[in-house]
Every structure is written in structure tokens, then in C-alpha cells.
Design a protein around this ligand. Structure first.
Ligand code: SF4
Length: 405
């Protein structure tokens, strides 16, 4: 073994380069370390993975949430889908899912409450990967003394009794994307033949209702559907839906009057909600205090990351979908870990985002918004979307920002 250098010394010498490298360089560097040290490729790979994890331990908060993009495929073709550029036919292999869960366990450090979002495309197109990930995560969490919870964003059309029973058994909170009653929903939520999807999605909700108590719907509000929002939610509630997540559509223009209509209808909805919230009923947006958080940006890249079908690590699935060919703010991959440290520093520290908000004179009231909608508006993750800022301030100044929440 004379002439060989100790493994740790070799690693320290190349670490700065490794942390900025692309995967091709990574492989070359690992091969070189293996030759220099006489260690097997597996031993080098394990030590590289662990060293990178320790760099993350020192610099950043633990990762506690994963969004798993099991497939780029979807059986629908909703007009406003932000994943249109991403949608293809690839599915996540189980080996990638396993490595993603291993990464969550390692990068969560001593945090004991973990969360996994089953996502796509349409995650139920790849139900075997949903099952595998759920059970492997439960097993690993039990091993490390952690708890793990799950949700799933689905278009609802592929929910069968088998799926609903599985979700109930494993306490996977399924959120069905449904934009209201038939007329509102079928304007934009259509299949590949242009047909409305309300009836199929609602059948999925009914199937869920046979197996669990909490039935959630995710509503994207378009300018044309603002005025039917309250009516639609009241009817969905009467039909058995008792949890709503509501957001206005991003990436499309909203006129001054349309924004006013959105805020006005959210106020009307809030007034109704106050009378029914013990129903049981939960409208997520009305339970969150709009006090901002102590940092700029959001959880993307800070406490949460998204895993693509081929194991790339992105700050979040919406960011992942923005540019399929050139992954924005890529953080690494499940084999090597979160090694694109500079990108994580920018997402967590938000130096650029703070500077651009300052420049726009809004930094004291707005913490930069959503990276993905920033990109949709400006082609940059770190320049605030001024439309989103306007929505935020309008909602805050409406009765929704008052203390009677
Ligand atoms: S706010 Fe935007 S960037 Fe942040 S996690 Fe949500 S979708 Fe992703």
C-alpha cells in the first residue's frame, strides 16, 4: 500500500471541487480517489456521500419533507397545468425511491417528524412506486424512531377502492384537484380528448368517502371562476368534502378588477366558513396566519426538496417543472446527496431575492413569494413576482388579514 494516500486526505483535497461538480466530473473524481487511496469504489462513494451530508449538517437546517415525482405522465391535459413542459412518460424506478427515502432519513438528522408528498404528473399512474415508498419510509422511520406522514395530490380519476383503502390504512391524505362544480371544473380540467373530468374526479372522491373521514379538495381559482367559488364550495361541502386548499392560478394575467373579485369572494367564503368551521370543515388558507415567516423565500431547498423520476434533487416540484432541460437551482442527486451547495446557500439565505425585493421597495412587507411563480413572471427564481406581491397585500388588507381569523 506504500505510495497510496489516506482516504480522508484525498477527500479533503478534492472536496471543494466535488461540491461544485456535475455528475460526470463526480465520477471521474471518485475514480481518481479510488486509485489514489487503494479503496474500493463503494467505500469511496459511501465516504463522499457522508462527507457531503456533513457539509449540509453544518450549513443548513435539516430536511424534513420530500416531494416525490413518481411519474411525468398524466392521464389528463388540464389547460393551466404548470407541468406541461415536463410531462413525458418516464416513471420513477423503485431503486430511486429507495435512495430518496434513505436521503431523507440521513438529511433529517435528529428531526423526528417527517413528511412525504406523493406527487407527479399523476402519482396514481405509478401506484407501485407510491406503495413501495410509503412502506419503505414507514419501515425506515420506525427504525430511526421517527414518525412519517403522507399526502398525495391527485386528479382523482384513478382512485379505486383498492387505492382508497390503501390511503386510509397508511393515513395518506389524498387531496383531489377539483376546481369546483362541473361548470367551473370542466372549463380547464379536461382530458386529452378535451372532455370535462368532473364526473370522474367526483367519483374518485365518493370512493375515498367510503374509506376515510377527511376528504380534501385542492381548488385552483381562475379569473372566470371567482364568482362561483363560494357557491361551488358550499355544494361540495354538502356533498361530503370537508377540507379545502384554495389558490389563485399563477402564470396567467389577472386584471385589477379580477384581483378585486378574487379577494371579495374569499371574504364571502370566509364569512360562511366562520359559521361552519366546526362542521367539521377546514379551509387551510383561513387557518394560516399571514404573519410571514422569519426568513425570505419558502421551504423549498430549506426543509423540503423534490425528487425527479430519475433521482435529481430540485428545490420543489413546481420549480422542477419550470425547465425540464436545465433543472433550475439543481441541488444534487439521490446517489451523491445535496452537493450543489451554492444553490442551497442561495435558496436558504435568499441574498439575491432580498436584494431584488429591497430594490423594488417591498422587502419590509413581502418575503419574496414563491420561487416558481417568480420564474414564471420574470424568468428568475430570485426576482419577486409583483402580481403575487399585489395579491398578498390585497388579501392582507382585506378582512382576511384581521385578527378575528
Ligand atoms: S412556494 Fe413555490 S417554490 Fe416554494 S415550495 Fe411552494 S411552489 Fe415551491
Amino acid at each position: 500500500m506504500s505510495g497510496l494516500i489516506p482516504l480522508e486526505r484525498a477527500l479533503n483535497a478534492i472536496l471543494p471541487g466535488v461540491l461544485e461538480a456535475q455528475l460526470s466530473d463526480f465520477d471521474t473524481v471518485s475514480e481518481q480517489i479510488s486509485v489514489d487511496t487503494g479503496q474500493s469504489r463503494d467505500a469511496v462513494a459511501q465516504l463522499v456521500y457522508e462527507t457531503i451530508a456533513q457539509v449540509n449538517d453544518k450549513l443548513f437546517p435539516p430536511l424534513t419533507q420530500l416531494e416525490m415525482v413518481y411519474t411525468e405522465g398524466c392521464n389528463l391535459a388540464c389547460a393551466y397545468c404548470f407541468e406541461k413542459d415536463m410531462l413525458g412518460h418516464r416513471r420513477m424506478p423503485l431503486e430511486i425511491a429507495r435512495k430518496a427515502i434513505d436521503l431523507l432519513m440521513r438529511y433529517s438528522r435528529d428531526a423526528d417528524e417527517l413528511h412525504i408528498a406523493h406527487f407527479g404528473g399523476e402519482p396514481l399512474v405509478n401506484f407501485p412506486a407510491v406503495r413501495f415508498t410509503t412502506e419503505y419510509a414507514e419501515d425506515r422511520a420506525a427504525k430511526y424512531g421517527k414518525s412519517v406522514s403522507f399526502n398525495m395530490t391527485t386528479n382523482g380519476t384513478l382512485i379505486t377502492d383498492e387505492v382508497a383503502a390503501y390511503c386510509a390504512e397508511h393515513r395518506i391524505m389524498a387531496m383531489v384537484s377539483l376546481d369546483g362544480l362541473q361548470e367551473s371544473n370542466d372549463r380547464y380540467r379536461i382530458d386529452k380528448r378535451g372532455r370535462g373530468t368532473f364526473e370522474r374526479a367526483f367519483a374518485g372522491l365518493k370512493t375515498l368517502m367510503r374509506h376515510q373521514e377527511w376528504i380534501g379538495v385542492k381548488i385552483t381559482v381562475m379569473p372566470e371562476t371567482c364568482d362561483s367559488l363560494v357557491h361551488d364550495i358550499q355544494h361540495l361541502y354538502d356533498s361530503g368534502v370537508n377540507q379545502f386548499t384554495i389558490g389563485y392560478a399563477t402564470g396567467i394575467p389577472w386584471s385589477h378588477d379580477e384581483r378585486s373579485a378574487y379577494v371579495r369572494n374569499m371574504e364571502r367564503l370566509h364569512a360562511w366558513y366562520i359559521l361552519h368551521r366546526e362542521g367539521p370543515l377546514l379551509i387551510t388558507e383561513f387557518e394560516e396566519e399571514d404573519i410571514g415567516h422569519s426568513y425570505f423565500g419558502c421551504q423549498a431547498g430549506r426543509s423540503s426538496v423534490s425528487i425527479s423520476v430519475d433521482g435529481e434533487i430540485s428545490p420543489c416540484s413546481k420549480v422542477l417543472a419550470m425547465d425540464k432541460k436545465n433543472l433550475l437551482a439543481r441541488l444534487g442527486d439521490v446517489t451523491h446527496g445535496v452537493y450543489q451547495i451554492n444553490n442551497r446557500i442561495e435558496l436558504v439565505g435568499c441574498k439575491q431575492l432580498k436584494a431584488t425585493c429591497n430594490k423594488a421597495g417591498i422587502a419590509n412587507e413581502y418575503q419574496g413569494g414563491c420561487f416558481a411563480t417568480n420564474y414564471q413572471a420574470n424568468g428568475s427564481l430570485f426576482e419577486p413576482n409583483l402580481d403575487d406581491h399585489d395579491f398578498t397585500i390585497r388579501l392582507r388588507n382585506s378582512c382576511l388579514g384581521c385578527s378575528s381569523k
